[in-house]
Design a protein around this ligand. Structure first.
Ligand code: CUA
Length: 333
């Protein structure tokens, strides 16, 4: 039923992006399933009403025409008046029913978020996402950026905040939009039954690079998630030699280290994305580029050309030095 409804609406809207990593048409998360059911209810209740209103509008226009031409008299309208009152009362009852349904959906979402198995903090920056995983065990806190990895089947509470301007996290496949407001913490609960790869997008205009503020969201089987998490906690080894070691020396010796953090190295800057396992990510600069050596080189060579307005400065490096830094960063799996 829902599928048909969505297809109908999307086809009417001329939209073809029904499926895919960034589509709200077929919710795959707990919250989007609840909201999807509510949407279905609204759709199937309101479509017949809309059609009814259109039919009566056409009848009214015809009658008005007849009255203008003197073929009908106003005093013949008593039956219509009663019909109109009944229609208004029915509409009010239906609206009340829909409000009750909305309230139940809201409660269901709130209940589902109780007692989360995992607590994650997502912080919006101009223009990237910081992600912190909280773990009750000391030393098992994980900090990463521009990727959100969560286990399938678990209730995940995502706390949202922002140190600069208002952003909004929108993972269309999994949940509704939720704003990240400076000075406040809001949250969104994710519960996704099956693994999958999705894409979130900042949904609140936040400056020049608002459009290039994407967040790949990976839902993995519990075992795969645990593996990823433990790999994330591991400190990458310092390269033994070659261009990777040259890149390591450049990265930790130049300005890069004052903004970026790489665990186990002198680079401990906290204002830019953590790069400890940069090589394992799929995108660069919050989804602006795919994570390949060629695009990383492009990004480092001239950040303003890729993302005008970005706060990443252009670090003066010769082409050889740049290639070494790229080799080092890509080795951080
Ligand atoms: Cu951040 Cu728009």
């Amino acid at each position: 039923m829902r599928r048909g409804a969505v297809l109908l609406v999307m086809a009417l809207g001329g939209c073809s992006a029904l499926y895919g990593p960034q589509s709200s048409a077929m919710g795959q998360g707990m919250e989007s399933a609840h909201i999807g059911n509510l949407f279905d209810l609204f759709l199937w209740v309101t479509v017949p009403i809309y059609l009814g209103v259109m039919v009566f509008l056409a009848l009214a226009m015809r009658r008005r025409q007849a009255m203008v031409q003197g073929a009908a008299r106003p005093e013949q309208e008593a039956g219509w008046r009663l019909g109109l009152v009944l229609f208004a009362v029915t509409s009010a009852l239906i609206l009340f029913g829909l409000s009750v349904a909305t309230w139940f959906t809201d409660r269901a979402i709130a209940r589902a978020g109780a007692g989360p198995a995992l607590s994650v903090e997502v912080i919006g920056h101009q223009w990237w996402w910081e992600v912190r995983y909280h773990d009750p065990v000391a030393g098992r806190e994980l900090r990463t950026a521009n990727e959100l990895v969560i286990p399938a089947g678990a209730t995940v509470k995502v706390s949202l905040s922002s140190p600069d301007v208002i952003h909004s996290l929108w993972i269309p496949n999994l949940a509704g939009k939720q704003d990240l407001i400076p000075g406040r913490t809001s949250d969104v609960v994710l519960k996704v039954p099956k693994p999958g790869e999705f894409r979130a997008q900042c949904a609140e205009f936040c400056g020049l690079q608002h459009a290039q503020m994407a967040l790949p969201v990976s839902v993995r089987a519990p075992g795969g998630f645990a593996k990823w998490y433990n790999a994330g906690l591991a400190t990458p080894p310092v390269p033994g030699g070659g261009p990777e070691f040259a890149g390591y020396s450049l990265f930790t010796g130049r300005q890069c280290a004052s903004c970026h953090n790489i665990a186990g190295t002198p680079a401990s800057g906290q204002v830019a994305p953590d790069l400890t396992h940069f090589g394992s990510r799929t995108t660069i600069a919050s989804g602006a580029l795919p994570n390949t050596a060629a695009s990383l080189e492009r990004w480092i060579a001239d950040p303003q050309r890729v993302k005008p307005g970005t706060q990443m400065p252009q670090v003066p490096l010769s082409p050889e030095e740049r290639a070494a830094v790229v080799a080092y960063l890509e080795s951080l799996k």
